[in-house]
Design a protein around this ligand. Structure first.
Ligand code: NAD
Ligand code: MG
Length: 391
C-alpha cells in the first residue's frame, strides 16, 4: 500500500558530522551518498586530515567546515571555497547548536567530544552518538540535560544500537538484564604471560572490526567493553549489576536483553558499523542499506564464553568506577586515553595500560560538585598525572 507522504518524508535531515574524516565519519558519509534525498550536510569537522576534509567539502558542499588543529587552517582555506571555514575545537559547541542543524553525529574520539554532545542536547538536537567517552565522563550531566530538553540521544555503538532495537515495543521495567557481547579482541586466546610481549601491530589488528586506533587498542584491552557498560548504564538507566559482558568471538549477535519472564531478544548481523549508524539516523524508522547480508544458509557456529576479568582488568576497573561514581569514570577515561597514547608512542608496554589507569584512580579524587568546568579540571589533572607515571 502506498502511504501518503508527510512533511517529514519530504524534509531532508540536516546533519553536522563531527569527525567526518574518521572511521565512523566516513561510513556516515557513505550512507549519505546512498540517500541523497534524505540527508543534507550542514557542517563537517576534522582534527588534522585537511586533505580528506577538503575532498568531502567539494563533494558534500556543507555550509560550515571546521579543522580543529589550527596548523592546517591555511592549507584547508586554499583548497576549498564556497563554505565558511573555521578552526579551533572551542568552536565545536557553536557549530552543533546552529539553528539549521537537525542532527549531530558525534564521531570525535575521547573527552574531546564531551562538550559538543552536551551542547547539542542543550540546543534540542537529535544526537547520534558514537563518541561513547561523552557518556563515560559526563553521563550524569548529559542525562540530566536530556530530561530538560527536546533533544534525543540515539546510540551509534553497535551493542547499544542492538539494545535499542531489542527494546522497541518493550517496557523498561520489564528488563531483567542486558547481555553486552564482546569479541574478546585479538588476545582472547593468549595467556597472561603471553600478553606481556604484545606489540603495537598485534594490538591494532582486530579480528572482526576495522576502526580508529584508539578504540582498536581499547578493544584489545577490553577497556572498550568497560566503557560500553558505563554507556549502557546511562543510556538505559540500569545499575551495572544488570549489565553482563559475555564473549562472543564471531561478533554476529551485537547484544541481547533478557526480560523478567525469562525470554531473551537479540539483534544480529554482520559486523558492519553502517547498520547501527543508519539506524541512529533513521530511528524509529528504517532506511534501506546497500551492504553485505548474513548468509544464514552457510553453516557457522555462534559461541559464547565468560569474560576473564583477571586477564582483562580494565573491564572491572570501569565497572567499579561507575559504582564509585562522581569523577571516577572521568579519571578512568583520561588515564586510559593517556595510557593508550603512550603505548602507541612506544613509551610504555601493553600491560602498563591497566596499571596506569589503576594508579590514576587510586590517586586522583575530588569532592567538588560535578559540572563541565570541574570535569575539565579533573581530566587535565589526570592527564598530567598519567603522563608522569614511570613504567
Ligand atoms: P577515528 O580516529 O577514526 O576518527 C576520529 C575523528 O575525530 C577524525 O575525524 C578526527 O579528525 C577527529 N578528531 C580526533 N581527535 C580530535 C580532537 N581532539 N578534536 C577534534 N576532532 C578530533 O575514530 P573512530 O574509530 O571513528 O571513533 C570515533 C568514536 O566512535 C570513538 O568514540 C569510538 O569509540 C566510537 N566508535 C567507533 C566505532 C568504529 O567502528 N570505528 C564503533 C563504535 C564506536
Ligand atoms: Mg561497540
Amino acid at each position: 500500500m502506498k502511504k501518503n507522504l508527510t512533511d517529514k518524508d519530504l524534509k531532508k535531515q540536516k546533519l553536522a558530522i563531527l569527525g567526518s574524516t574518521g572511521s565512523i565519519g566516513t561510513q556516515t558519509l557513505e550512507i549519505v551518498r546512498q540517500h541523497p534525498d534524505k540527508f543534507e550536510i550542514i557542517a563537517l569537522t576534522a582534527h588534522s586530515n585537511w586533505e580528506l576534509l577538503a575532498e568531502q567539502v567539494k563533494e558534500f558542499k556543507p555550509d560550515y567546515v571546521l579543522i580543529s588543529n589550527q596548523d592546517y587552517y591555511s592549507k584547508l582555506k586554499k583548497a576549498v571555497s564556497g563554505t565558511k571555514i573555521m578552526t579551533g575545537s572551542e568552536h565545536l559547541p557553536a557549530l552543533v547548536s546552529l539553528p539549521e542543524v537537525d542532527t549531530v553525529l558525534n564521531s570525535l574520539v575521547g573527552f574531546a567530544g564531551f562538550e559538543s554532545t552536551l551542547e547539542a542536547i542543550r540546543s534540542g538536537k537529535k544526537v547520534a552518538l558514537a563518541n561513547k567517552e561523552s557518556l563515560v565522563v559526563g553521563g550524569e550531566l548529559i542525562m540530566e540535560e536530556l530530561k530538560n530538553s527536546e533533544a534525543e540521544l540515539i546510540p551509534v555503538d553497535s551493542e547499544h544500537s542492538a539494545m535499542l532495537q531489542c527494546l522497541v515495543g518493550e517496557n523498561m521495567s520489564d528488563i531483567e538484564k542486558i547481555i553486552i557481547t564482546a569479541s574478546g579482541g585479538p588476545f582472547r586466546e593468549l595467556t597472561k604471560e603471553q600478553m606481556q610481549q604484545v606489540t603495537i601491530e598485534q594490538a591494532l589488528d582486530h579480528p572482526n572490526w576495522s576502526m580508529g586506533a584508539k578504540i582498536t587498542i581499547d578493544s584489545s584491552t577490553m577497556m572498550n567493553k568497560g566503557l560500553e557498560i558505563i554507556e549502557a548504564h546511562w543510556l538505559f538507566d540500569l545499575p551495572v549489576e544488570k549489565i553482563e559482558p559475555v564473549i562472543h568471538p564471531q561478533s554476529i549477535i551485537h547484544s541481547m536483553i533478557t526480560f523478567i519472564d525469562g525470554s531473551s531478544k537479540a539483534q544480529l548481523g554482520l559486523p558492519d558499523m553502517k547498520v547501527p549508524i543508519i539506524y541512529a539516523l533513521s530511528y524509529p524508522e528504517r532506511l534501506s542499506l546497500d551492504t553485505p547480508r548474513m548468509n544464514w544458509n552457510e553453516a557457522q557456529n555462534l559461541t559464547f564464553e565468560p569474560v576473564d576479568f583477571d586477564k582483562f582488568p580494565c573491564v572491572r576497573l570501569a565497572m567499579d568506577s561507575i559504582t564509585k561514581g562522581g569523577y571516577a569514570p572521568a579519571v578512568l577515561n583520561a588515564a586510559n586515553e593517556v595510557a593508550v597514547e603512550r603505548f602507541l608512542n612506544k613509551e610504555i608496554g601493553y600491560i602498563h595500560i591497566p596499571e596506569i589507569v589503576k594508579e590514576s584512580l587510586a590517586n586522583i579524587e575530588s569532592n567538588d560538585s560535578l559540572n563541565t568546568e570541574t570535569l575539565k579540571e579533573i581530566d587535565k589533572e589526570t592527564r598530567s598525572y598519567a603522563h608522569t607515571i614511570i613504567k
